[in-house]
Design a protein around this ligand. Structure first.
Ligand code: SF4
Length: 326
């Protein structure tokens, strides 16, 4: 079967920003994304996994042009997003949407749901009020909400319903690409499954492409087609969901998986993480995971590992395996 077309390609991407630290306000550079190469294929759910502070959200925001690029590039449909014409920018704003982690803060509390849902259509299209209403009606039905909600305010809904409203808002412009940043982590466990199933259904219905950002490996196992594991701004392992869950290679991936209760972890895969993730203002030399790695060798402290492939779709960066370039 032919490979799916890439919707988004990230090439050798570096993102840095400055932050002030301590009472004296010393300025430090956060090296959030460090040489990422990644492809997001049309119609897939690619999950980006890793602990808080590993750079997932910064990478995601950079794809949506919300963070400045230090070097490298992001291509959308083979066009560099930093070189888009006005017309291409307009299309990109419509076709790439985001669902945020917290449905309590992502909806304007002063606006009625009807206003929240029609706003993107009024700003980005010249549709009539009737056409706008028909689109909202269709999308509300898809997300399991009724037209009665249009006259209400966000505070009148539960967390799960608010996330459905946020998803409806992301859908009204008929996007191709949705970036979902921890879409269920702020919700009650009892509601999480409903929203996960809704995202899966919408993906099929509208042939959507998703970048799913989450630290929750159980959500990834259920939803994602492929998984990229990120550590201190680098992709350390990538593969199909089955490859990552059944045959994890990188010690960091194994540690993340060992934290999932009930997963049939093999003994050699059950090595929980020690310590905290180092600060992205002071990256370790060599393999960035060496300060926490149970398999660390001398070479790991001095040199950065290159990629090793295990299949056409599965590769990792770790000195435990012979590099493709050796
Ligand atoms: Fe651990 Fe070395 Fe592999 Fe890094 S390169 S993950 S330190 S074994």
């Amino acid at each position: 079967m032919a490979d799916k077309e890439n919707l988004i390609e990230i090439k050798d991407l570096y993102v840095e920003y400055s932050t002030k630290k301590g009472v004296l306000g010393k300025v430090e550079t956060v090296k959030a994304v460090n040489g990422v190469n990644l492809e997001i294929k049309k119609g897939e759910i690619l999950a980006l996994a890793g602990e808080s502070g590993c750079g997932k959200s910064t990478l995601a925001r950079t794809i949506l042009k919300l963070e400045p690029i230090k070097s490298g590039k992001v291509l959308y449909k083979n066009r560099n997003i930093s070189e888009q014409t006005k017309c291409e920018q307009k299309e990109f704003r419509q076709k790439a949407q985001m669902i945020f982690q917290n449905p309590y803060s992502s909806l304007n509390p002063k606006m009625k749901i009807g206003e929240i849902l029609e706003e993107p259509l009024k700003i980005n299209t010249s549709l009539s009020s009737k056409e706008i209403y028909e689109i909202i009606e269709e999308k509300l039905e898809q997300t399991g909400l009724s037209l009665n909600c249009l006259e209400l305010y966000p505070h009148e809904f539960s967390g799960g319903q608010r996330q459905r409203i946020a998803i409806t808002r992301a859908l009204v412009l008929d996007p191709e690409f949705i970036l979902a940043d921890e879409p269920v982590s702020a919700l009650d466990v009892s509601i999480q499954a409903q929203i996960i199933n809704l995202l899966k259904k919408l993906k099929e219905e509208y042939n959507l492409t998703f970048l799913l950002i989450t630290h929750d490996m159980s959500v990834i196992e259920y939803l994602a087609d492929r998984v990229a594991i990120m550590y201190l701004g680098e992709i350390v392992e990538i593969g199909k969901t089955d490859e990552i869950f059944k045959h994890p290679k990188h010690p960091y991936t194994k540690a993340l998986l060992s934290a999932i209760p009930g997963l049939n972890n093999k003994k050699e895969n059950s090595k929980p993480l020690k310590g905290d993730i180092p600060s992205p203002t002071d990256l370790p030399h060599g393999c960035k995971f060496h300060t926490r790695c149970p398999e660390c060798m001398e070479i790991c402290k001095a040199e950065s590992p290159k990629a090793t492939s295990f299949s056409k779709t599965h590769c990792t960066k770790c000195f435990l395996y012979k590099s493709d370039k050796d």
